[in-house]
Design a protein around this ligand. Structure first.
Ligand code: ADP
Ligand code: ASP
Ligand code: MG
Length: 422
């Protein structure tokens, strides 16, 4: 008997009819003899609806008190979908119980709206499984040390599922979504994108961190740390397809490079509209500058992605970096009020109309000229590169947001990603 974790995304849970289909699929797995833990997202659109209600009442305020309430609010989406799924399972004659994050409990830190899971107590879930129940655990949420409800950042149900699978040492974690696996890029943007039957953990980590929303980055981190067997597959196949066929479908995230793995140099292209660029202009070019700017930003719990410091002119330099949209206003405020006066810098300017496009592939380690093909392709399209960053298996550029689709399509073609690697 295996212990299996299923995760169903918002679209897969999007109506009572779809929830009923999810229940039938889960019941099929349970009846095949598996112990089942299921982690659902809120019904599609629900998290956005709830957060929009908050905005209607008051403009977003970057305070803990406000973010705490957003979490209290947003967490209800998953609570509703989880209870509905348990009801649908019971209607099929399956014993089932749903738990909110705090009931498990899933313990997190107190970084409201982007909390991190610290520990999961699986005793309650195990006891239910032992008596044959299907256990539903709400995605996206937990509880902090003070007893406040927290959420894990948008797309966080993936992380809940993988963390539950890791804590319970599940045999496999299956992420059911509205596409049938991980593609060379978002198939909504490039229809020629190709599904990968396997993708290495390292590549998936880069793709997720560079914006590919099919898996939340922290879910991939958990999978890597605890070696969770992870697969992405479609929830829109008929629920009664052969279970063995289903179990092999989609995309498997692999930890070892095996011979059967595709040997492409570039495996995928990720993009993100979520970033914004902030520049501090006229900074005196002396030791400690990066620390004074980025230290203050980090203390405010803002993650910085790309960083550029320009060559100095007349002892002054410009310092630019990117942060997530949601941290933009807070970071600009912080720089203006605390960092500018201390540094004697001249100005802080921001640009929200940028995007980041990244090419990712393990093969980049051993092949030269990949980045130059990227730069040439963009230049042929007349696209100006504002920032560049690289790692061993990735090259990312920041460009004007209006060229995003053009860049992704041109790069997909330039690297021939629509064709399987030889
Ligand atoms: P869920 O609600 O199931 O969590 P998401 O919307 O979060 O689903 O993620 C699935 C979506 O991710 C797909 O519909 C697709 O548009 C998008 N996506 C982005 N990049 C990729 C990729 N490389 N492969 C597959 N899907 C991708
Ligand atoms: N419901 C949450 C969101 O929309 C979490 C998730 O779907 O994974 O971001
Ligand atoms: Mg998602």
């Amino acid at each position: 008997m295996s212990l299996i974790v299923h995760k169903y995304g918002g679209t897969s849970m999007g109506s009572t009819e779809r929830i009923s289909n999810v229940a039938k699929r889960v019941a099929k797995w349970a009846r095949a003899g598996h112990q089942m833990v299921v982690v659902p997202s809120a019904m599609s659109g629900e998290t956005n609806r709830l957060l929009a209600l908050a905005k209607e009442l008051a403009p977003a305020k970057p305070t803990d008190a406000y973010y705490r309430e957003l979490d209290m609010l947003a967490a209800t989406g998953e609570q509703a979908s989880s209870a509905l799924l348990a009801i649908a399972l019971q209607a099929l004659g399956m014993e089932s119980v749903s738990y909110a994050g705090w009931q498990v409990p899933i313990r997190t830190d107190s970084a409201y709206t982007k909390a991190r899971i610290e520990s999961i107590d699986d005793a309650r879930v195990r006891a239910d499984l032992a008596v044959g129940k299907v256990v539903i655990v709400t995605g996206f949420q937990g509880i902090d040390d003070l007893g406040h409800i927290t959420t894990l950042g948008r797309g966080g149900s993936d992380t809940s599922a993988v963390a539950v699978a890791a804590a319970m040492m599940a045999d496999e974690c299956l992420i059911y979504t509205d596409v049938d696996g991980v593609y060379t890029t978002d198939p909504r943007i490039v229809p020629e994108a190709r599904r990968l039957s396997t993708v290495s953990f390292e590549e998936m980590l880069e793709m997720a961190s560079m914006g590919s929303k099919v898996l939340q980055i922290r879910s991939v981190e958990f999978a890597g740390k605890y070696k969770v067997k992870l697969r992405v597959l479609s929830s829109f196949t008929p629920w009664d397809i052969d279970i063995n066929q289903e179990a092999k479908s989609g995309t498997l995230i692999t930890f070892e490079e095996d011979e059967n793995m595709e040997q492409a140099i570039v495996s995928g292209i990720a993009f993100s509209r979520d970033e914004t660029k902030i520049s501090v202009l006229g900074v005196p070019d002396k030791p400690g500058i990066a620390y004074q700017i980025l230290g203050a930003v980090a203390d405010a719990n803002v993650e910085v992605d790309m960083i550029i410091q320009n060559i100095s002119k007349d002892g002054k330099t410009d310092f630019s970096f990117t942060v997530n949209h949601s941290d933009y206003a807070k970071t600009i405020d912080l720089l203006k009020s605390q960092v500018l006066p201390k540094l004697g810098a001249m100005e802080v300017v921001g640009d929200t109309k940028i995007c980041k496009v990244s090419i990712v592939g393990i093969g980049m380690r051993s092949h030269v000229g990949v980045a130059s093909t990227m730069f040439r392709t963009l230049s042929e399209e007349g696209i100006n590169i504002q920032m560049i960053s690289t790692s061993e298996i990735k090259t990312s550029v920041v460009i004007d947001e209006k060229y995003m689709e053009l860049a992704v399509k041109a790069l997909h073609q330039a690297f021939k990603l629509e064709q399987a690697a030889p």
